[in-house]
Design a protein around this ligand. Structure first.
Ligand code: SF4
Length: 483
């Protein structure tokens, strides 16, 4: 099969987060076509199938099929590219004859190809990777290879049609082409080969059907965002409770300039000084919870559902503000709110006694900032202690310097049953904050100025490396990206 270089395809970074695949196209995170179709699919049939097979068996079949599909794709891709490829594993042995069947039959009418495993995107809307773009029977064609346990009926595979139609639209838009045909090539393990070809009006109809699913997807995402943002009530200590920020740590990504928002400003960071002067029992005895804070909470949760999230964090460590946590938890209770409460902390002040209080007030989770104490053994021991009473989670800034220690402790984090691992982009709100960060970031770190008030360091490659490692080690750690 000859290669034709008519179209110039670019490589686009992609990432997988809990089954949601996205592509990073020129600064836009676009959902993959398969994610869009999966999220908007009627799950009824799938649910029934899982009920019939049982969860474990259904999962086993799904994993096996997916591995066999990947192996089959690799054989076909290597053939198209004219590369040698072998896979002698049991999966490879199953997939090889299936690939051979497709190669020796379905690929024959293809004289040349434009690209194999090509990333396509429709700017601002969606992206995806198609198996093959080629000239088939004198028609520009998008091909998708599928494996199946049983032969397929046309009415079962609407999503396959829509997938190709979506790629055809993206290809035409970006490359100015006129894709004329779509072909789905399906092979079963007992080598039953099927081809579903579609062109002209039918191709146009599938494009329309995909566009409907696309708008349903964006509707869904909008609703989801609305729902989740209205569920979270976040308290920043000390700003939100009229108290100074105080902390005994000095994390490079954290500076006492939360309210400054001026990238030319260099305010002094007084948190440590305050701690040294006043000690850990610094809390002013006359502090009172203000009635207007309760009103603000009520207003915020008006019309919200049951699952509320209460989050304690700040530029001062929340454990310096125990009376405030107690007052807030009491307020939620007075309002008859049910929800999930999490405290973010370095845990330097966490003791058995404080832990008992947090549990008594209804805190569900401690979110450990392991960076603050350099992943010290003392903090890891506190995680174990906390885990006996409530959930534990970890939050980490996306700075390369912390990747190594995180990976070193990944197995520990997995073993204690982490609720989630939050990887956070680093925001900078002042010149002084940026200067402090320089202690730990290499000079060439990409710092994006968002406005005259703030800048950000994103680190997508680090996210990809960490999620890949978690997957590779088959750890059960849920990763959340905090942008
Ligand atoms: S422990 Fe928290 S509040 Fe204190 S310096 Fe570190 S990130 Fe900031």
């Amino acid at each position: 099969m000859k290669k034709n270089d008519r179209y110039n395809y670019v490589r686009v970074p992609r990432s997988d987060d809990e089954g949601n695949r996205t592509y990073d196209v020129k600064g836009f995170r676009l959902p993959s076509v398969t994610t869009i179709l999966a999220r908007t699919k009627d799950q009824g049939f799938l649910k029934k199938w899982i009920e019939k097979k049982g969860k474990t068996e259904a999962e086993r079949i799904k994993n096996h099929s997916s591995k066999r599909g990947t192996a089959m794709h690799k054989f076909i891709e290597a053939h198209i590219l004219g590369k040698g490829y072998e896979d002698l594993t049991p999966i490879g042995n199953e997939a090889r004859p299936m690939a051979k069947k497709i190669i020796e039959n379905s690929l024959l009418p293809i004289d040349e190809y434009y690209g194999s495993e090509v990333t396509l995107y429709y700017p601002g809307l969606y992206a995806g990777t198609t198996d093959l773009v080629c000239r088939h029977n004198d028609m520009d064609t998008i091909v998708d290879f599928k494996q199946a346990n049983q032969p397929k009926r046309k009415e079962w595979i609407d999503d396959y049609y829509m997938q190709i139609a979506a790629y055809a639209m993206a290809h035409d838009y970006v490359h100015g082409s006129k894709i004329q045909q779509g072909i789905i090539m399906v092979c079963t393990p007992d080598l039953y080969l099927q081809e579903f070809r579609f062109q002209g009006v039918e191709l146009r109809q599938w494009k329309h059907k995909f566009l409907k699913r696309l708008s349903a997807y964006y509707e869904l995402i909008r609703d989801y965002k609305k729902e989740t943002s209205s569920k979270l009530w976040k308290v920043n200590f000390g700003d939100d409770v009229g108290l100074p920020n105080i902390c005994d740590r000095d994390c490079p990504g954290c500076y006492d300039d939360f309210s400054l928002y001026d990238l030319t400003g260099s305010p002094p960071d007084k948190r440590n000084e305050l701690f040294k002067r006043l000690g850990k029992n610094w809390f002013p005895g006359d502090w009172k919870f203000k009635p207007q804070w309760k009103d603000a909470i009520k207003k915020h949760f008006k019309n919200s559902g049951k699952n509320k999230l209460f989050f304690f964090t700040g530029r001062g460590d929340p454990l310096f503000y125990m009376p405030c946590i107690e007052a807030y938890m009491k307020t939620y209770k007075d309002l008859n709110y049910e929800g999930y409460a999490s405290v973010s902390t370095s845990a330097s002040l966490l003791t058995e006694e404080r832990l008992k209080s947090l549990v008594k007030w209804g805190i569900n989770e401690i979110n450990f900032n392991l960076v603050a104490t350099d992943f010290s053994q003392a903090t890891l021991n506190k995680m174990k202690m906390a885990k006996r009473k409530l959930n534990v989670a970890v939050e980490l800034p996306l700075l390369d310097v912390y990747e190594k220690p995180l990976l070193k402790h990944l197995s520990f984090l997995n073993s204690i049953g982490l609720e989630h691992l939050t990887l956070s982009t680093t925001r900078i709100f002042s010149k002084a904050g940026a200067r402090k960060l320089m202690r730990v970031i290499p000079k060439n770190t990409e710092l994006t100025k968002l406005s005259p008030q703030q800048a950000i360091i994103k680190n997508k490659p680090m996210v990809d490396r960490i999620t890949k490692e978690i997957k590779k080690r088959k750890y059960n750690i849920k990763v959340i990206i905090n942008e």
